[in-house]
Every structure is written in structure tokens, then in C-alpha cells.
Ligand binder design. Sequence first.
Ligand code: 13P
Length: 249
Amino acid sequence: MRNRFVAGNWKMNLSDSESKSLAEKIASHSYTENTQVVLCTPFLYLKEVLEATSGNTKVAVGAQNCHEKEAGAYTGEVSAAQLASAGIPYVILGHSERRTYYKEDNALLKSKTDEALAQGLHVIFCCGEVLEEREANKQAQVVETQLQEALGHLSTDQMSKVVIAYEPVWAIGTGKTASAAQAQDMHEMIRNWVANQFGAEHAEQQIILYGGSCKPGNAAELFAQKDVDGGLIGGASLKAEDFIQIIEA
Ligand code: 13P
């Protein structure tokens, strides 16, 4: 039985005091034994969110990106080694906003994944197709290429520290959610890819999240799908009540 996993991606939102208060509200709730919650905050707030959630063993903290090098003259960047040294266990890599706005390609994401895993972090690796690719019915091919090029070389041991998040780009922040059937189709395809690469036993354990306009009103139906193990939540993770409702779902 796979654990349930819900991560909030705060993106570039919230002030310092809002972050602390949101983290405290989320950490004050109790979650079932098989649930993992991760709050992915701006770098600036990681330590205080870590502190604010330290009393709740079900709530962990993650960054939204890291650099592919261990250290050096990379102004404005943060390394996986720095995250690890600060006690941050998770990092999101390959989010479509990073792919689009900062031109992160599969080769770079492969390097970032290697570096994050080498530093002992868990990676929440995002994949997903854009609208034109969905309209051309190329979603499976696109996502498989993203996974193959960035994760295909990993060992099974390394892969056990990777959570995959399927986020159709046309559903992110648009209010348009993939239907439960569309999500299940893609998650099944992803689990099959994992089985081919890492074996059936590993594939059974692989956590695969859905992301894209996931809300209290649609979370239960999405999470009820056989291959959907939880969600990566953007907008709705900024309101404690909504986010907790999604986790409860
Ligand atoms: P929304 O939930 O706001 O659509 O964002 C999804 C997302 O990008 C999570 O990483």
C-alpha cells in the first residue's frame, strides 16, 4: 500500500509573516499515519517553516528548485548541498514554470536531479505536456521523453527517493483540471514506464502525484484513481483550510 502524499507549491507567494502563519495552521492539524505533507516554500522562508512545522512529524519542508553544481560563483543561486545542510529534505525539480521561464531542459534537469540525490535530498520531479501537445495527442510521448532523459539513468535505489508529479501545463493555474480519467491514463502510463525502467516491484511503490488546478472540490475524485497517490497543489495550498481539505481527501 503506497503512502498518500500531498505537497504544496507556494511558488513566489506570501510575505514572511503570512508564510509562518500558514505553516503553523497546517502543522497544527493532525494527519493520518500513511500521509506525507510537504510545504515547498520560497528559499527565504524554508528555515522558519521548518521550525514552525517541527512539532508535526507528518509535515516536511521542500525547496522549489536548486542549482546543479555543489558550490561556486553562481550569484543568486542555491545549491542542493546548502538545502541539505539546512535540514531541508525535499526539492521540486522540473516544474513547468522553470522549464518555460528559465529554459530548463531535460539535460539540465538530469544534472540537477543527480546533484540533489547526491546530497541526500528527495526530489519531487515534475513532468507534463503543454496544450498543443495534448491537442496533438502527444502527451504520453512528451512525458515519457521528459522522464527518460532526466531520470532514465538512475539506479532503483536513487529512484526510491524520487516522487513523480504529473502536471499537465494547460491545467496549471487555469482552473481547468484534467478529468479523473485523463489523470489516471497518464499516471498509468508513467507507472508502466517506471516498471520498465526499475522493475514491477519498484513501480508498485512509486509515488505519482497529480498537479494542476487541484482543489477541495475535485481532489477526492482525482485521488480515488488507482494510480494517483496524491497531489502537488499550487493556488489552493496558500489557504490552510483548502489545503487541509485536500489532504483529508
Ligand atoms: P495550481 O494548483 O495553482 O494549478 O498549480 C499547480 C502547480 O503548478 C503545482 O506545482
